[in-house]
Design a protein around this ligand. Structure first.
Ligand code: NAP
Length: 478
């Protein structure tokens, strides 16, 4: 069994309390590692290290800082197998998907390294003669990054890469469910010559260590990827110091199936986007609105496709389509939501029960629910599991209205060959992202940002980089 340590100020150390917590393999339900149970004193040590290192880190040229990101990308690629193995083991992600995440993480470091010579300030026209107005973009300072369990390695890079490139330093806390891959990365990067304190990894409870990090006046930006509830707690904790927050929270992505769509392509995209990582992805298809005239045809094809979804050991070769849920409480939450939907009139067409045929793990069967209605909890709240609820709608206008009738606003999609419907969906759907005729997955050069309760600010691309920079305007007369 592995025993991890925190990485603070360039050194590996136990929690100040010496306490540890267990990390489970969700598929085997066995303890696979012990991680430090950091608390307020660990938060203070890591923040002090990040604060002390920030000035000299920001003084380095951007291209020099980018060099460290490139080294991180190289070291990830060189250790791809070990990292993918660790990731698949700590969260029951099927191995091929874990490999995709490791590759995407290396790409992410390379992508942001490429911004070193690209981001710029501005020269603004002055009203006065002999005056220049210059707008600088400067690092926001110390960043606190708080990560979820579903893409622990990729989301780590989403916070570390833009921080380090812009001259910020960072203290990053992985989820208590999945600290292993992050700590393996800490071991790897400890030999690349990064100045002490620039990058710190701590672990421990969200309400203890996490809260202490977020409340500190030393912090310039808190970036969380997680649930709405944690986002709300972080907003109130950061209110005291008016600390900037960037929040990527839950989703409830609608899918609109128009009568004129390429039906086979739509069915494949919807199923892929629902079952990826056992339905535990924020941008997954979470509810489907189908135009009445093709409802029966679509449901027939969807039933076949959902029935064909396999599940099992994440390391099996060939790999199943999906594996276990992350833990028992997620499994119970999904089970309760389906039970409630059934009681409200939903019909279980496929699945609708635990995957008890597996020897261990927290399996929920790929599930398709018909006859769903807008008032059901399963249509209004995030499921975060392999359950696809479907609503029949009279027409496209109703589909748009019901899609927008939602507290969340992360991603959405439409399947149509009609250009007017495409353009109406793009203009009328009130979501941070709309995918047209493809499954739900964003690009690193885009901007992943939620509307309403799905978040504040966002990640990726140029706009994601700007989250880590603050403006400074100089008025110069000569
Ligand atoms: P979570 O329970 O909110 O936890 C996220 C992180 O916040 C964990 O590291 C957690 O620590 C920490 N935390 C909890 N309470 C805290 C507090 N009071 N102060 C500071 N940190 C605190 O979310 P999750 O269950 O890991 O992730 C699933 C959720 O994330 C879903 O809702 C999903 O939609 C969302 N998500 C969104 C995106 C996006 O891009 N919008 C991407 C991925 C996931 P502990 O683990 O120690 O509790």
């Amino acid at each position: 069994m592995k025993v991890y340590q925190q990485y603070i100020n360039g050194e590996f150390r136990d929690a100040e309390s010496k306490e540890q917590f267990e990390v489970l393999n969700p598929f085997t339900e066995k303890v696979i590692a012990m991680a430090p149970k950091g608390g307020a004193r660990d938060a203070a040590l890591a923040l002090e290290a990040a604060s002390s290192a920030q000035k000299s880190w920001a003084a380095k040229s951007c291209i020099e800082r980018a060099g460290y990101l490139k080294k991180m990308a190289e070291i990830i690629r060189a250790n791809r197998d070990m990292l993918a193995q660790t990731l698949a083991e700590e969260q029951a992600k099927i191995l091929p998907l874990a490999q995709v995440e490791i590759d995407a993480t290396a790409e992410y470091f390379d992508y942001y390294a490429g911004w070193a010579r690209k981001y710029e300030g501005e020269v603004i026209q002055s009203d006065n003669p002999k005056e220049n107005i210059l707008l600088y973009r400067q690092p926001i300072g110390v960043v606190v990054g708080v990560c979820p369990w579903n893409f622990p390695f990729f989301v780590m890079a989403r916070k570390v890469a833009p921080s380090l490139l812009t001259g910020c330093t960072i203290v990053l806390k992985p989820s208590s469910e999945t600290p292993n891959t992050t700590f393996e990365f800490a071991k790897l990067i400890s030999s690349i010559g990064l100045p002490k304190g620039v990058l710190n990894f701590v672990s421990g409870g969200g309400s203890t260590l996490g809260d202490a990090l977020v409340r500190s006046p030393q912090v310039g930006l808190v970036t969380l990827t997680g649930s709405v509830e944690t986002g709300q707690r972080i907003i109130s904790a950061s209110a005291e110091n008016i600390t900037k927050t960037s929040l990527e929270l839950g989703g409830k992505a609608p899918v609109i199936i128009c009568a004129d769509c390429d039906m086979d392509m739509a069915v494949k995209a919807v199923v892929d986007s629902r079952i990826i990582f056992s339905g535990q992805v924020c941008n997954c298809a979470e509810r489907v609105y189908v135009e009445a005239e093709v409802y029966d045809e679509f449901m027939g094809k969807l039933t076949k496709a959902m029935s064909d979804v396999t599940y099992g050991d994440p390391f099996a070769d060939p790999a199943p389509c999906m594996s276990s849920q992350i833990n028992k409480s997620q499994l119970i939450k999904i089970e309760e939501m389906v039970a409630k939907a059934k009681a409200q009139g939903a019909e279980v067409v496929v699945g609708g029960a635990r995957g008890d045929d597996q020897p261990t793990g927290f399996f929920y069967k790929p599930t398709l629910l018909a006859n769903c209605t807008q008032d059901m909890e399963i249509i209004r709240n995030e499921i975060f599991g392999p359950v696809l609820p479907v609503v029949k709608v009279a027409n496209f206008d109703e589909a748009l209205d019901l899609s927008n009738d939602c507290e969340f606003g992360l991603t959405s999609s439409v399947f149509t060959t009609n250009i007017t419907k495409m353009m109406r969906a793009i203009n009328e759907l009130k979501f941070g992202e709309t995918y047209v005729n493809r499954s739900h997955f964003e690009a690193i050069q885009g901007f992943h940002a939620g509307w309403r309760k799905s978040g504040i600010g966002g990640a990726d691309g140029k706009h994601g980089l700007f989250e880590y920079l603050q403006t400074h305007v100089a008025y110069i007369q000569y």
